[in-house]
Design a protein around this ligand. Structure first.
Ligand code: 4AD
Ligand code: MG
Length: 467
């Protein structure tokens, strides 16, 4: 007896005796002479058809219990399906073992209630639906594609800390991480000013959950050449949008000796390559999304894989956007930070293809971005895609110690905690660049799913940390 997955069975040649398949009943229907059930075990989008016939065994007692959601092990023989059947093979049952029942009155995953909003309230069970199991399989394959891309291109995978004392983006959106018992105010150590004394905390200073592994990533790029991180990052921004989560996974490559142009070329090649990988390796699951979630999906992804991305300096973007101000909620003029409505206008209406926006005003960039010779703009870049806007944010890094120190002062960042980051500019500094891609945003791009809450199993968004 061999236990096989549905995926293996559907690929296998017909006529195999004594096969065991384990999974969950999707549907069952009875005719006068046969019963049919569809079983799915998550290994693929497709179900395996099971045939129950009186000549193969006595199923009269068990059949009525085989309702949607029941978990089973079914032993039988794999045979060729009749012409015209959806699958080439079907399993003729001889024995059924029920692991766990599933009350159809109470099981929340029903054909009637399938709205995304409802399914978020049962996120522990939504992986049992076709859509969310397909999403999770694609998420797995997309993760693999990320590692494969960097490995094939000579990058080393490094791990950066999740607990950190530095604010990479300087945007003050950090979650404090403490071992102090905040529930016991009286027992908290206090400073003379009456504030919580974090020097008495576990690390001897105030620490946070990281917003980005970039700063630590730079230290390893300046030793190994080309590195990338792929890990969870956290932002305590209280924004309820379709594209922000408080916890998201970020992919951050960092390359010594890369200048801004090299960084842009890498970002474009990376996005194209992992998109292609998913198209080639997840055909059946992608078919679900292009038919039922976003009927423009394949055209959008063809645009992502086949077009030459527009490269647009911020100043030129403003020249395009300013005359269109009537259509925008936030008005554009030189110096403003562009919002998603502007990004999407450029990509969806103007260029009609992915666009890399670079050289933004230094005030709207981050402290570590390299200052251009004009003294006004920095070598930051954002890769913008249809439906989502910013998919990637990155820059060439400021590698001159004096300029960096001046910029940190402008951003009111105290240098103490950054002594090690400044050391990289003291000892063998080189031009270098990197970027960060939000993994969930990439998932939104490839699946056509329109809300970030639905491309991750357990979204962390304002007001919601259930599960
Ligand atoms: O543009 P960001 O803030 O850049 C950085 O963190 C840099 N340190 C990256 C680097 O250069 N190594 O974030 C990078 C990307 C964004 O383009 C977006 O895709 C994603 O991370 N992102 C979010 N995704 C989901 N929810 C959020 N709240 C996000 N904030 C950023
Ligand atoms: Mg950004």
């Amino acid at each position: 007896m061999a236990t096989m997955t549905v995926k293996e069975l559907l690929k296998s040649a017909a006529a195999r005796e004594n096969i065991v398949v384990k999974g969950w009943i999707k549907t069952r229907r009875d005719s006068k002479t046969f019963s049919f059930a569809e079983v799915n075990d998550g290994s693929s989008r497709e179900n395996l058809q099971i045939i129950f016939e009186a000549k193969d065994g006595d199923f009269t007692a068990v059949l009525p219990t085989l309702v949607t959601g029941v978990s089973v092990a079914i032993t039988g023989d794999l045979r060729e399906a009749p012409a015209g059947a959806r699958q080439k093979v079907e399993l003729h049952a001889r024995k059924v073992e029920v692991y766990g029942g599933c009350d159809p009155e109470k099981f929340p995953i029903q054909k009637k209630q399938t709205s995304d909003e409802f399914l978020r309230t049962v996120a522990h069970l939504r992986p049992r639906t076709n859509k969310y199991s397909a999403m999770l399989r694609i998420r797995s394959e997309l993760s693999f594609a990320v590692h494969k891309y960097f490995r094939d291109n000579g990058f080393f995978y490094v791990h950066t800390p999740i607990l950190t004392a530095s604010d990479c983006e300087g945007a003050g959106q950090m979650f404090t991480a403490t071992s102090l018992d905040l529930g016991n105010m009286a027992a908290l150590p206090k400073t003379d000013k009456g504030e919580i004394d974090f020097s008495k905390d576990l690390f001897g200073k105030k620490t946070y959950l990281t917003v980005s592994g970039q700063l630590e990533g730079e230290t390893m790029a300046l030793a190994l050449g080309k590195i990338y991180t792929f890990g969870p990052t956290f932002r305590a921004e209280n924004s309820n949008t379709y594209r922000h989560c408080a916890e998201f996974w970020q992919i951050e490559p960092e390359m010594a000796f890369y200048e801004l142009q090299d960084n842009m070329a890498l970002a474009e090649d990376f996005v194209k390559s992992i998109t292609r990988h998913v198209l080639e390796n997840c055909q059946s699951d992608m078919d679900l999304f292009s038919r039922f979630v976003d009927t423009d999906l394949m055209a959008t992804l063809k645009n992502v894989t086949d077009s030459n991305y527009e490269r647009l300096a911020y100043t030129d973007a403003v020249k395009i956007l300013e005359p269109e101000n009537a259509r925008f909620e936030a008005k554009v003029s030189w110096g403003v930070d562009l919002a998603s409505e502007h990004e999407r206008f450029l990509v969806e209406n103007y260029f009609k293809k992915p666009t890399i926006l670079y050289n933004k005003p230094k005030e709207v960039g981050s402290f570590y971005m390299k200052l251009n010779d004009d003294g006004k703009t920095v070598r930051g870049m954002d890769l913008l895609v249809p439906r989502i806007g910013e998919l990637i944010g990155g820059s060439e890094r400021e590698n001159r110690l004096d300029v960096l120190e001046k910029k940190m002062a402008d951003f009111k960042i105290t240098p103490e905690g950054y002594w090690w980051y400044l050391d990289l500019r003291r000892f063998g500094s080189v031009p270098h660049s990197g970027f960060g891609m939000g993994f969930e945003r990439m998932m939104m791009l490839v699946t056509g799913i329109s809300n970030i809450r639905d491309v991750t199993a357990f979204p962390r968004v304002p007001g919601s940390a259930e599960f």
